[in-house]
Design a protein around this ligand. Structure first.
Ligand code: DC
Length: 663
């Protein structure tokens, strides 16, 4: 997951390959609650691991449910037939609507002393229609803040089941879903009817609910979309085992990607055209705009068809979440696209109509909006502007605008707060980068070099972490090469140059965080020793070895960008890097730092000896004929003698930002 402050997406030029999608949020949280309301144990496979499901799992644990998590398989031991907690419990629901609404209903019908709270945005998301319906039923619910909004307090109900329960259907279908899942708890000896007031929106989500209720033994009688009856004697029964389909709305980004990007097409694994999720109908809308889509059991394949895409007008009531993705496809169309009947966008994670309009405008687009519609005009060649996309803590805004990086003008797109995708798709950007491609020219490289003990490794890895970039410690490659050569019984001298170069060319090395693995064996400590450094120095003066490592080093230049640390990064390996930094801390300073470091590790050390060592090594490094230590001509010098690590990182970030001006 990218947990950086922002993520800069380079101009992306194409995409091909397969993505396996995480489980659906809507199905995951319904299945968790239903499993909790059953008697006995349910094994849930392919559960989504996200903020929303964590919120639900935490709440179920608080209620006394058995919850065992093993990767994406979760075993739930339900509360059915057991005593509900009598003590007062406070639940924190974050910004998870799919947890808040149904849990409120289930708790209110079952009764107890419960408080439900969330993040500030959750306290702005309406729940009054659900509370009204539950009160109609005899539930005791109080507002602790504003009327109609969380936080809520729930107490013991005195249920009145003799008349149908009215619920509004035109604000959020989650209210009806919540009632449908809670009422079987009360339908022991009589049928209970729910009557929808107003036009029901997001009907496909109700279909998911009915579908899943059936899997758990509850056969709801649906009379049109106005009346739902839960039969007398309804009782939750565990299906034993259940598989969660991949999220059809998550699929929308990759369906759109296949339609937008040049390449051999995108295959999506985990969901197919026969999905129970209504959002799968996004594929029809995408096809209408030009995508070429084929499907089989649990998979979809998408290719670019019409290009540019075709603008259209569409009633999006049936695909409220996935429809946001159409708004970004619209930027690549041949004419305006109008999405209608999307009033629910205004009350989601953020006001999504305003968000899509604002951010599309930053990219240069003309957008018109109304209470329940939006019109987006496409961007022609030459009109795209580099933009920093605000994401409003809304996963879908972030994922949608990542698709703007495929623009014909090759402008970059910055996604602010990229970790907000964790709500439904924590590894979204990793998945995107696994299929997206672009020429090396567009993948930024920052080079950092400097004398030994200057702290370049620490600086480079910190900057890499701040930008979400890959990190190449080229010194480690020379260290590993020397290690492998010695293991193979070679000397580190010119006599064995050709053999060492052969080894280096196919070095089975892998970097995992701080760890360096050679042939799956952890060699981190071995290569980090003083001796390891001297050995590296020996092999690093052999031209054939340097040549052999070039390709491996180039292979680190991957999306979204690279921090390259080491000797010839800015001169030989990545001469076109847009930022090169050369550290120039004095030998005295470096000696002092290393002295501190050694003492703190419990080694004895002499500061003057250390300094003499460093100076000798500098002299050797600078005067050697092969890859001598010297700044690239266009490198910026950073004297970090009196700077903290944080201040040095900040300086490099400032230099980098000044080269990346976003509108
Ligand atoms: O940065 P380091 O201490 O891990 O580097 C080990 C040795 O490898 C050092 O003598 C410099 C040399 N080296 C090199 O010649 N070229 C590089 N790109 C990186 C390191």
């Amino acid at each position: 997951m990218f947990s950086t402050a922002f993520l800069d997406l380079p101009a992306l030029q194409g995409a091909s390959g397969t993505v396996t999608l995480p489980g659906s949020k809507s199905i995951s949280n319904r299945v968790l609650l239903l499993s909790a309301l059953c008697q006995g144990t349910t094994v849930v496979h392919d559960l989504l691991d996200s903020d929303d499901t964590r919120v639900m799992l935490a709440a179920l644990r608080q209620l006394g449910c058995g919850v065992e998590v093993q990767g994406t398989t979760v075993t739930i031991t339900g509360l059915g037939g057991r005593a509900w907690p009598s003590e007062s419990i406070e639940f924190f629901m974050g910004n998870a609507g799919t947890a808040m609404r149904p849990l409120t209903a289930a708790l209110a019908v079952q009764g107890g002393d419960f408080t439900l709270k969330g993040v500030p945005r959750m306290h702005e998301r309406p729940i009054g229609d659900l509370v009204d319906a539950l009160r109609e039923l005899g539930c005791a619910i109080d507002y602790l803040g504003n009327e109609g909004y969380p936080p809520l307090r729930v107490r013991q109900p005195s249920l009145q089941l003799d008349k149908p329960i009215p619920v509004r259907g035109d604000v959020s279908s989650q209210f009806l879903t919540a009632l449908l899942m809670a009422l079987p708890l009360a339908a022991q000896d009589r049928a209970i009817a729910i009557e929808v007031v107003g036009e029901l929106i997001s009907k496909p989500y109700i279909e998911i609910t009915l579908n899943l209720l059936a899997r758990y033994g509850i056969q709801v009688e649906r009379q049109g979309w106005e009346r739902f009856v839960i039969p007398a004697g309804s009782r939750y029964q565990s299906p034993g085992t259940i598989h969660v389909e991949a999220d059809a709305s998550s699929a929308s980004y990759f369906i759109a990607l296949g339609a937008i990007a040049m390449g051999d097409g995108i295959r999506i694994q985990g969901v197919g055209a026969d999905s129970i999720q209504g959002d799968i109908r996004f594929m029809d809308a995408a096809a209408h705009m030009g995508a070429k889509i084929t499907s089989g059991p649990n998979w979809l394949e998408i290719q670019r068809g019409a290009w540019p895409l075709k603008g259209m007008t569409l009633d999006c009531n049936h695909i409220p979440d996935a429809a946001m993705t159409l708004a970004v496809m619209a930027l690549y169309a041949d004419g305006p696209t109008t999405l209608r009947n999307i009033a629910s966008w205004r009350v989601k994670e953020t006001d999504r109509i305003a968000a899509m309009a604002n951010e599309s405008r930053k990219l240069g687009a003309t957008v018109e909006e109304g209470p329940d519609w939006i019109t987006i005009h496409p961007l022609a060649h030459g009109q795209w502007q580099r933009a920093s996309i605000h994401t409003y803590d809304d996963h879908r805004v972030a994922m949608c605008f990542s698709l703007a990086a495929f623009n014909a003008d090759l402008v970059q797109v910055r996604i602010e707060d990229p970790k907000c995708v964790a709500k439904t798709f924590p590894d979204y950007f990793e998945a995107l980068f696994s299929v997206a491609h672009t020429t090396a020219l567009h993948i930024p490289v920052i080079c950092i070099d400097g004398p030994t003990a200057s702290g370049k490794g620490t600086l480079a890895s910190r900057v890499a972490a701040a930008l979400g970039y890959h990190y190449l410690d080229s010194g480690a490659l020379y260290r590993v090469t020397a290690h492998a050569a010695l293991q193979a019984g070679l000397t580190l001298e010119a006599a064995d140059e050709a053999q060492i170069a052969d080894l280096a060319r196919q070095l089975p090395v892998r970097f995992e965080g701080e760890q360096v693995l050679l042939n799956h064996v952890d060699v981190t400590d071995a290569i980090r020793s003083e001796q390891g450094g001297m050995n590296a120095s020996k092999v690093s003066v052999l031209p054939a070895v340097r040549e052999a490592l070039v390709q491996l080093q180039h292979s680190f230049q991957r999306l979204p960008g690279l921090l390259a640390d080491g000797r010839d990064m800015g001169t030989v390996i990545f001469p076109d890097a847009p930022l090169k930094v050369f550290l120039t801390a004095s030998a005295a300073q470096r000696a002092e730092r290393r002295h501190k470091q050694l003492i703190s590790k419990g080694f004895s050390a002499n500061i003057d000896a250390l300094r003499a060592d460093l100076e000798a090594r500098d002299a050797r490094d600078m005067s050697r004929s092969v890859a001598p230590l010297k700044p690239a001509q266009d490198a910026l010098l950073l004297d970090n003698s009196s700077l903290t690590i944080e201040a040095s990182v900040e300086q490099v970030m400032v230099w980098w930002q000044s080269r990346q001006v976003f509108g």
